[in-house]
Write a protein that binds this ligand. Sequence first.
Ligand code: ZN
Length: 424
Amino acid sequence: MATSALGNTQTSGSTDPTVARRARDRAQEDLQGLNRRLFGARVEVDDDGEETWTQEHRCGSCGVPLGERVAIGRGTSRDGTQRGLFRGVETCGSANVCLRCASKIRAAKAEHSGLVLRAHREAGGHAVLVTLTFSHSIDDQADEVIDDALKAWSGFNSGRFKTIKNRWGIVDFIRVIETTHSWVNGLHPHHHVALLTDRPIGQDPDDPHELLDFQADLYQAWSAALETLGREAHYEIGVDVEPVRDEEGVGSYISKIELELTRGDLKRGRGESRSMWQVGLDAADGCQRSAAVWADYVRAIRARRWISTSEGLWERFGINDRTDDEIAEDTGDEFEEVALIDSDVYRAALKADGPVLTEVRHLVEANAPVVVLALVLSRRLKRQVEIDFRAEDDGVPTLRWSDKVGAMAGSRSSTDSGGKEVLE
Ligand SMILES: [Zn+2]
């Protein structure tokens, strides 16, 4: 079957999967940093000195240490490659606004969608890919336009769509919401829907109008749902139907659906529009206007459901459908612990300029010795980090601030009488 659709993302011009993956790792840390700055926990102290901690959105704490130490080690990802991983950090589980969590959640859902589509095809079924959009403007508030997109889908699904299902033999659907942004028209939320049918649509050479009839039916139902919200859809582009030809290989068909349905992530939208991930990354790179758009978007989309299916779809296809949180928190069975990082050092790395933790992950991935991790952390954080072998009974070294005052940029390592290997 199609392997993880992760390789389909475009984070750089390179076709080298390792380079693309590392660019994505870096993007994840950049976006996490942005979310922490915008939505991280804040403390307020009242006149009596009483502290109150507040946090606007949980994405602001993704990647923050849970306890005294964070473990760094190696695990194996789905595609069999060795990965540098942290354990002992918070996971926000947001498929909408956290790239780290979304990458895992969406890859899992892409795999599930692929399994469903393959089984459906093998049982003689067919499928059509539909995009539903509506008109909006730069003056629309983020929460209004996102709200309307979700309400419109609900109205569509519980309205005339039911009749259409019977008429066209639609047996199941998988729907995801995706949002792009342009400075001309603002936020552009839209739905990608895979319709699973019991018959081919638009593939009969004797009936060239079948696909147009189908599109017109969908358009009427979509328009009716929008009308109740005071919205409308453009007749030509409001409903886009992509025919899937029988002669297409099942594998490429599925991977295409996966890409369209669940990996809109890092690709730039057509023309001037950007994916919301790109908006976030532009904001992380210092674009203030993009940061304002991103913050409004996060507040509007929050914990909204990004994917939905016809009732009981996953169960009927024998798929153990885990929640987004469960998928995001799953760090895999394999974990070869390399070192522990004291949470003070880890927090300093979180705040540092540049993706220090991604660099550490990639060093671990490349089997770099712990002494190199200490050296890199010392240099990047401009404070000496030592390796403490005594901290844990099982012999896993801990990287922590050194008490020693002195030069930290040296490369010679030595062991003092207390069993600490100190970089001097
Ligand atoms: Zn997260």
